[in-house]
Design a protein around this ligand. Structure first.
Ligand code: ZN
Ligand code: ZN
Length: 69
């Protein structure tokens, strides 16, 4: 699994560590952004946040797209 961003930069020596949860492309340690997200649980009629955060990987491109103003 090769990092797509690295392929774009003509670098092929890096190994992918994960898959972007937005675009689905492989991403490497340098290009991945790991975020903590809170999981919402449905309890009865309401919902609550779990105490332990979950994890989400997005690639550099999607991270920029999500955070750029
Ligand atoms: Zn990369
Ligand atoms: Zn992405």
């Amino acid at each position: 699994m090769r990092c797509y961003d690295c392929l774009q930069e003509a670098r092929s020596d890096t190994a992918g560590i994960g898959v972007c949860s937005r675009c689905g492309l492989a991403t490497c340690e340098n290009h991945a952004r790991v975020r903590q997200v809170h999981v919402t649980r449905q309890i009865g009629m309401g919902s609550s946040h779990g105490r332990v955060p979950a994890r989400r990987v997005v690639c550099h491109t999607c991270d920029t797209a999500e955070t750029a103003q």
